[in-house]
Design a protein around this ligand. Structure first.
Ligand SMILES: Cc1cc2nc3c(=O)[nH]c(=O)nc-3n(C[C@H](O)[C@H](O)[C@H](O)COP(=O)(O)O)c2cc1C
Length: 343
């Protein structure tokens, strides 16, 4: 059983009776005197029983977390973020740590058919909104696309990748100064800085941090994800498809679904730390020797995947320019057309 299956089975619904909280959120119970110690399975069963005090305790703790995130009372947690507290409570005994999830990351491009549980989307958005945001500006939005026909159109606009059609959920992360401009207009105030490159960069960074929080959350639930930078191939056309208002631009897409276990990808080796980590000051000369070893490892890795060449060749091909970015070389003018002049 994968984590998402456990999540599916054990996520309590809003209609389940929720007794008042009486125990700590985590299962740390000592056995009572004269009673045999419960088996781990029995503990799990009790924790997943919607009437159990264990689950009630978890739910109370999760509601408190959601309430703090959205600045409301715990009683309003399920209103402001429906299903999120239940999902957080159900996920609290998933077996993998955050580091397990991060180090085990691999992009997933083959998904099982079928929709995701309804609690997944609000849970991923709550995780995304929990990311830090520059000056608390929150200059991002996200468009969730589940409609098959729209995903097919987005696929056509973003390089024609099959997994855009196959994944049940596409999240398009959007840099968004439209909201601030609307607020400024209502107060009859100018916000010239929304046209600066600095603000565009801030919005892109904010959106990327939010997206990655959602990606880690999805992977922690046993779901698979892959980013999609094809959303910047034809940003104006994609903006029209998603009805993005002026002052917004697509940053990156994130596909989410159940990984097809028969076609699971491998962990892709990264550059040695000696290449990317510099102590105190940047050291160019030290990079070259470990890069050569990495190149040999990657050529082997790609060969095992049925691909020719190594990492260096791929990077150079990708960044050679003259069309290698499928239209993204004109991003600056596209941003200007979308109302983000980026001076
Ligand atoms: C911003 C961004 C955009 C990406 N866009 C695509 C994409 O359009 N299509 C795709 O198949 N993978 C895409 N990827 C996934 C990368 O190809 C992948 O992360 C990289 O090859 C390393 O593999 P790994 O994620 O399995 O470690 C993207 C990743 C990032 C971070």
């Amino acid at each position: 059983m994968t984590a998402i299956d456990a999540f599916l089975v054990t996520t309590p619904t809003e209609t389940a009776p929720v007794p008042p909280a009486r125990v700590p959120a985590r299962i740390t119970r000592a056995p009572r005197a004269h009673q045999p110690e419960p088996t781990p399975q029995a503990v799990r069963d009790e924790a997943h029983d919607p009437t159990s005090p264990e689950l009630a305790g978890r739910l109370a703790a999760a509601r408190a977390q959601v309430a703090a995130r959205y600045g409301v009372t715990a009683r309003r947690a399920d209103t402001v973020a429906p299903q999120v507290a239940a999902a957080v409570a159900a996920a609290s005994d998933l077996p993998r740590s955050v580091l397990d999830v991060q180090l085990g990351h691999r992009s997933v491009r083959r998904f099982l058919p079928g929709p995701l549980p309804p609690s997944v989307l609000p849970t991923l958005v709550a995780a995304a909104q929990s990311a830090p945001t520059s000056s608390d500006l929150q200059l991002w939005s996200v468009v969730a696309v589940t409609d098959q026909a729209r995903r097919a159109r987005v696929a056509d606009l973003s390089g024609g990748q099959d997994h855009v059609r196959d994944a049940p959920l596409l999240l398009v992360w959007v840099a968004d100064v439209a909201r601030v401009r609307a607020l400024a207009e209502r107060r009859d105030t100018a916000v010239h800085a929304t046209g600066y490159l600095e603000t565009t960069v801030t919005a892109f960074v904010d959106a990327a941090l939010a997206a990655q929080n959602a990606a880690v959350a999805a992977e922690s639930l046993g779901l698979g994800t892959v980013y999609l930078d094809g959303v910047r191939d034809r940003p104006e056309a994609l903006g029209a498809e998603l009805r993005l208002p002026r002052g917004t631009a697509p940053v990156v897409g994130l596909l989410v679904g159940r990984p097809d276990p028969a076609r699971a990808g491998r962990v892709t080796p990264r550059l040695p730390q000696a290449v990317v980590l510099h102590h105190e000051t940047y050291d160019t000369a030290r990079q070259l020797r470990p890069l050569a070893a990495y190149e040999r490892r990657m050529a082997e890795f790609y060969r095992a995947e049925g691909l020719d060449g190594g990492w260096v060749g791929r990077v150079l091909t990708r960044l050679r320019g003259h069309g290698s970015l499928r239209g993204r070389e004109r991003l600056r003018s596209a941003l200007a057309a979308l109302g983000l002049p980026s001076w």
